[in-house]
Design a protein around this ligand. Structure first.
Ligand code: SF4
Length: 539
């Protein structure tokens, strides 16, 4: 693909100089002859540029905390923040105890003018009392929105006194929307509180079974976690907790008892993964459960870690059975997809994960990027020591944990760990750029103008992103696949998910709709005329 630096300069030339200079640093043309290609990421959004980004509240309540089903999540703020996150992220949940599944509720203090003027603490305290009386949840979260920090409501003090009043844990998340530069700040804030107040809160010292694992950064969109768990349980794993899709406050308390942490979405949960390793000695491995190859490789990496003959045999047996079942059908869908190209621009991890699945369908991802990832998600974790925190992210607290002398267990000897690191991605993530081909484009915080221009230049066959750009792109006659909500389909993870994804992508191409975009009278004139003899003009 002939996309050059010159073309990129031309594309950006319409922008004011200051903006052009800033945006240039967020766009790369992959070139493996330059081993250390640096991309700028996790910096302030340019005002007025029509970004796809959300806020810290969305990253905290909407992504990490909200899926915990046995908690009531109070949104402290005016009604909008709560309303627009009500059921819009498809983190499914079911519970054996239907009185402890609050996933369908939307609970807010609905702040009014007088709460802004006189403070909203009393209203919040009263709401907590009502919530305890009506729902009797296992725990409660308070999620701060923009005005809360500005007017100085002390949500920590309200949480503490409510906890004393009711004996129910109340967690306060200071995730005001203006903190940091994107959803990412909210992930970090959520990780800190969950690690500090929930994980390890139970007195259990042992996991309830063999090969005990936590699944981190898996939010059960469209049932993804259920499909992953189906396969893992079949192999023989004990799942201690899932963070946080279909997860619960109750199971999160035991997460310290696991022998291995799996990290699916690196961006949103790597903080907890690191802290679990320091505090309890639990190593983590980067997995990718998207695509038949990704799923199979991740299962094999897990078996390598546990190094157990029976587990390895069962792993291979399950992989063989599942691949034999889904691959022939995926191969049929591949015939419709082969040779096409895609854009893959999604939050903080899917921009990478879905490229493998596209490749399995014969589709090349020619442009990819993230809304809110950091440099390590693009370039790999080895760049972390070189990342400087700028003024916009300095207000996100860093939580530092120490070894828990009583509970820290050496799961695998240091020598064995070093040996394993050569075989599997233990405490390691190589990032998205590593997997992209030369000449392909990597864009951080893609905006509306760049979306339009890149589409005109590269003419992708499918555009995968979110709801905000879906219809813009479809109006250009290009199929668009939402990789946040899956267009209300799914699961897309695991073996069954790979099959669902292949079917949905093939359907996007095969639908006859695209043949009807241009009205017939524009490309096939309905009237025919003949030159009348001797007249010399058409009639
Ligand atoms: S930016 Fe502020 S007002 Fe907007 S959704 Fe986030 S918390 Fe609510």
């Amino acid at each position: 693909m002939a996309f050059t630096e010159e073309k990129l300069q031309e594309l950006l030339s319409i922008l004011p100089d200051k903006v052009k200079k800033a945006r240039k640093k967020h766009i790369l043309v992959k070139d493996s002859s330059q081993p250390d290609q640096i991309i700028e990421a996790n910096t302030r959004t340019i005002p007025g540029i029509i970004t796809n980004r959300g806020c810290a509240y969305a990253g905290c309540k909407g992504v990490v905390v909200g899926p915990l089903k046995d908690m009531i999540h109070i949104v402290h703020g005016p009604v909008g923040c709560s309303y627009y996150t009500w059921g819009t992220r498809r983190n499914k949940a079911k519970s054996e105890d239907p009185t402890q599944n609050f996933i369908n509720y939307c609970v807010t203090t609905d702040m009014q003018e007088k709460d802004i003027v006189f403070g909203g603490e009393k209203k919040l305290a009263k709401l907590i009392d009502e919530v305890v009386e009506i729902f009797k949840p296992k725990a409660i979260s308070i999620n701060a929105t923009c005005p809360v920090g500005l007017i100085g409501d002390d949500i920590n003090a309200v949480a503490k006194s409510a906890e004393e009043r009711h004996g129910v844990p109340v967690l306060a998340f200071s995730c005001e929307g203006y903190k940091g530069v994107s959803q990412s700040a909210g992930h970090h804030i959520a990780n800190n509180i969950l690690m500090d107040k929930v994980i390890g809160a139970s007195d259990k010292e042992e996991a309830p079974g063999r090969y005990a694992i936590n699944i981190l950064g898996e939010y059960n969109i469209g049932g993804d976690a259920w499909e992953i768990e189906r396969v893992l349980k079949d192999i023989g794993y004990t799942i201690v907790s899932t963070m946080t899709g279909d997860g619960s406050y109750e199971e999160l308390r035991h997460a310290h008892t696991a022998d291995l942490n799996l990290v699916q979405c690196h961006r949103s949960i790597n903080y907890i993964a690191e802290m679990l390793e320091i505090k309890y000695g639990t190593p983590w491995v980067k997995v990718n459960f998207i695509g038949v190859e990704g799923m199979s490789q991740s299962l094999r990496d897990m078996a390598t870690y546990f190094d157990d003959e029976e587990l390895t045999r069962k792993t291979e047996e399950v992989i063989a059975r599942e691949v034999a079942r889904v691959q022939p059908m995926i191969d049929q869908y591949r015939k419709v997809c082969e040779g096409k190209t895609a854009f893959c621009f999604v939050g903080g991890s899917r921009g990478h994960h879905y490229q493998g699945m596209y490749r399995e369908l014969g589709i090349e991802t020619v442009l990819a990027g993230y809304e809110f990832a950091h440099r390590d998600d693009y370039e790999g974790r080895h760049v972390i020591p070189t990342i400087k925190t700028d003024a916009d992210s300095k207000n996100i607290p860093e939580l530092h944990v120490n070894r828990d002398e009583k509970r820290f267990r050496v799961k695998v000897s240091p020598e064995k760990l070093e040996e394993l690191k050569k075989k599997i991605p233990l405490s390691e993530y190589k990032g998205m750029n590593f997997d992209m081909q030369d000449g392909y484009i990597i864009v951080d915080d893609l905006n509306h103008y760049e979306t339009d221009e890149f589409i005109k230049l590269l003419k992708p066959d499918i555009f995968s992103s979110g709801i905000k750009d879906k219809y813009v792109v479809q109006k250009m006659g290009i199929p668009a696949k939402q990789l946040h909500s899956y267009d209300y389909s799914g699961p897309y993870a695991g073996f069954n998910g790979a099959l669902n994804f292949a079917r949905d992508i093939a359907m996007s191409f095969a639908t006859p709709t695209w043949n009807f975009i241009v009205p017939p009278w524009q490309d096939q004139p309905l009237l025919e005329g003949k030159m009348a003899e001797g007249e010399g003009k058409a009639c």
